[in-house]
Design a protein around this ligand. Structure first.
Ligand code: AMP
Ligand code: MG
Length: 491
C-alpha cells in the first residue's frame, strides 16, 4: 500500500465537507520531494518520487485508501465575516499516523476547483508554491510549529493571474487543517450538533489530555487553543516573522503556522512592518500579531458559547476567563524568549525593560533584526566582538550605552561566557528566508528553469542555527534594510 491512510475527518458528518477527487493535470513533473518527511510519514520516498507517487501528488491518480475531500469553513477576512469559504483549491487526500504516532493530514494545494472555489480556478501558481515550500520548511527547521511541505509538482498547465504563470501543486502536511473558521462555519448556521462533533474531534485529535465534561471540557479546549496560539505568536515575533494574513480561516486550532501567502521576515526591526500589498491599514503588521491573535481567539470562543453553559451570561463569563489567559501566557513566552535571545537564563526585575530598550534602539537605528541578535552571541562571549553589532546601528553609540547595561546584567548570570554564546546561538538564527533571496530563487525557477537556488536555499535554511561559513552570504541583510518589500496574496 502506498499511503497508510486512516481518515478520521472523512468520517465526520457529510456537511463537514464535499467529497471529490483532484482534477488531473496535463504534464506532472516533480520539482522537489521531502524524502525525510515522507519517511516520517511511513511512505516510501522512492515510490513517492516515482511515476505512481508523482501521479498522486499531481492529483492525477487517487491513491488506495484516500478519501479526497474539500473541507467546509467560514472566516473573518480582514475583519469581515464570510459565512462560507472552504477549501477552494485544496483537497485533503487523507490522514496517516506517522512514525511518532501523530495523526497528520496530507493535502494537495492547487488541485483544481471544488464546490468552495467561488470565482477562483482552484489552482496555484508556481512561485507561491515554491515560496510556501521554502518558508514552511524554514519555520520547521527554526523549531516553530508549522504545516510542512512534502512535495512540489509542476502541472504543465498555465494559471492566469495578472499575467500567465506556470502552475504547480503543493503537498502540505499538517496536524490538521481545522481552523477557527471551521468552528465559525457551524456557529453561523446555529448547528450545535456540528459544533459538538467538531469539539469532540479536535479534543481527541489535538488535546487528548483534556478531561471533564460539558462546559468545563469546552472551556478547557478554549484555554488550550489560546495557550498554543499565544506561544506560537510569541515565537513568530522572536524570529521576526510576519504572517501577513491572519484571517480566522488561516488560524489553525492545533497551534501550527498555516497558510503561507504574503508572509515574510523582518530585515530592519520595525514593529509597524507589513509586507502584504493588500494590508493597507497594517491590520496584520508585525507588532499587531498578538492583538490580532487574541481577536481571532475571541471569535473562536464566541462560536462555543452555546456549549459553554446553558445560561448566556455564564457562558460569556467562562469565555472571557479563558481568553484572559492569553495575555499572561503570551507575555511569559515572549519576554522569556527575548531574555534568552540576549543571554539571560531567567527574567529578573528590569530585564523586560533592558530587552525592550534594545528593540527600541534597533527600531530607531534600522538595525537588522536577525543579524543584530546573531552578532550579539559573539559579543556576549567577548566585548571585543562589539564592533560588528555596533555597525548594525545607524548611530553605533546607541548600542554602546545599551551594551554597558547589558554587561552589568550578564555579570550576574551563572555559567561561562562560551556556554552563554552557545545557548544564545541556539535561539538566534543566522539564516532566515531573506526576502530578496526568496524572490531571486523564484525568478531563477520560473524564468530560467533553474532550481539550484531553491535547492541551496532549502539546504542552508534546514540548519538555521549553524554558522555555515561557506554560506555566509545567505545571512546578509539586503541593501537599505529591505524597506519597501511587497508580497502578494499568493493565490
Ligand atoms: P487564502 O487567502 O489563501 O487563505 O484563501 C481564502 C479563500 O479563498 C479560501 O477559501 C481559499 O480556498 C480560496 N481561494 C484562494 N485562492 C483560490 C483559487 N485560486 N481558487 C479557488 N479558491 C481560492
Ligand atoms: Mg487560507
Amino acid at each position: 500500500m502506498s499511503f497508510p491512510f486512516d481518515n478520521s475527518y472523512a468520517r465526520l458528518p457529510a456537511r463537514f465537507h464535499a467529497r471529490l477527487a483532484p482534477t488531473p493535470v496535463p504534464e506532472p513533473r516533480l520539482i522537489h520531494l521531502n524524502r525525510g518527511l515522507a519517511e516520517e510519514l511511513g511512505i516510501d520516498p522512492d515510490w513517492l518520487g516515482g511515476p505512481d507517487g508523482v501521479a498522486v501528488l499531481a492529483g492525477n491518480r487517487v491513491a488506495e485508501g484516500s478519501e479526497p475531500l474539500a473541507a467546509a469553513y467560514a472566516g473573518h477576512q480582514f475583519g469581515n465575516f464570510v459565512p462560507q469559504l472552504g477549501d477552494g483549491r485544496a483537497i485533503l487526500l487523507g490522514e496517516v499516523i506517522d512514525r511518532h504516532g501523530r495523526r497528520r493530514d496530507i493535502q494537495l494545494k492547487g488541485a483544481g476547483p471544488t464546490p468552495f472555489s467561488r470565482s477562483g480556478d482552484g489552482r496555484a501558481a508556481f512561485g507561491p508554491v515554491l515560496r510556501e515550500y521554502l518558508v514552511s520548511e524554514a519555520m520547521a527547521a527554526l523549531g516553530i510549529p508549522t504545516t510542512r511541505a512534502l512535495a512540489a509538482v509542476a502541472t504543465g498547465a498555465p494559471v492566469i493571474r495578472e499575467t500567465v504563470l506556470p502552475g504547480a501543486v503543493l503537498t502540505r502536511v499538517a496536524a490538521s487543517h481545522i481552523r477557527v473558521g471551521t468552528f465559525q462555519f457551524f456557529a453561523a448556521r446555529r448547528d450545535t450538533d456540528g459544533l459538538q462533533a467538531l469539539v469532540d474531534h479536535v479534543i481527541a485529535r489535538h488535546y487528548p489530555e483534556i478531561g471533564g465534561d460539558g462546559g468545563d471540557r469546552v472551556r478547557a479546549l478554549i484555554e488550550a487553543v489560546v495557550g498554543r496560539q499565544a506561544d506560537l505568536v510569541a515565537r513568530w515575533l522572536l524570529v521576526g516573522f510576519v504572517h501577513g494574513v491572519m484571517n480566522t480561516d488561516n488560524m489553525s486550532v492545533a497551534g501550527e503556522t498555516i497558510d503561507y501567502g504574503p508572509c515574510a521576515f523582518l530585515d530592519a526591526y520595525d514593529a509597524r512592518t507589513t509586507f502584504s500589498s493588500i494590508d493597507r491599514n497594517g491590520r496584520y503588521a508585525y507588532g499587531q500579531q498578538p492583538r490580532i491573535a487574541l481577536w481571532n481567539l475571541t471569535r473562536f470562543a464566541e462560536t462555543l458559547l452555546p456549549l459553554l453553559a446553558a445560561d448566556e451570561d455564564e457562558a460569556i463569563k467562562q469565555a472571557e476567563a479563558a481568553l484572559a489567559t492569553f495575555g499572561p501566557r503570551f507575555d511569559a513566552a515572549y519576554r522569556g524568549g527575548l531574555a534568552r535571545k540576549v543571554g539571560l537564563s531567567e527574567l529578573r526585575e528590569g530585564d523586560a525593560e533592558l530587552c525592550g530598550d534594545l528593540l527600541r534602539l534597533m527600531a530607531e537605528n534600522q538595525a537588522d533584526h536577525t543579524l543584530t541578535f546573531r552578532l550579539l552571541c559573539a559579543a556576549a562571549e567577548d566585548p571585543e566582538a562589539d564592533g560588528p553589532v555596533r555597525e548594525r546601528f545607524v548611530d553605533p553609540t546607541a548600542y554602546d550605552g545599551w551594551a554597558l547595561r547589558w554587561r552589568e546584567r550578564l555579570a550576574e548570570e551563572p555559567g561561562e561566557p562560551s556556554a552563554r554564546g552557545r545557548s544564545m546561538r541556539a535561539v538566534n538564527p543566522a539564516f532566515i528566508p531573506r526576502n530578496y533571496r526568496v524572490e531571486a530563487m523564484i525568478e531563477a525557477a520560473i524564468e530560467r528553469n533553474d532550481f539550484a537556488p531553491f535547492e541551496t536555499l532549502l539546504a542552508v535554511l534546514s540548519r538555521p542555527y549553524d554558522d555555515q561559513p561557506e554560506h555566509a552570504r545567505y545571512a546578509e541583510a539586503p541593501e537599505g534594510g529591505g524597506v519597501g518589500y511587497r508580497t502578494f496574496c499568493g493565490t
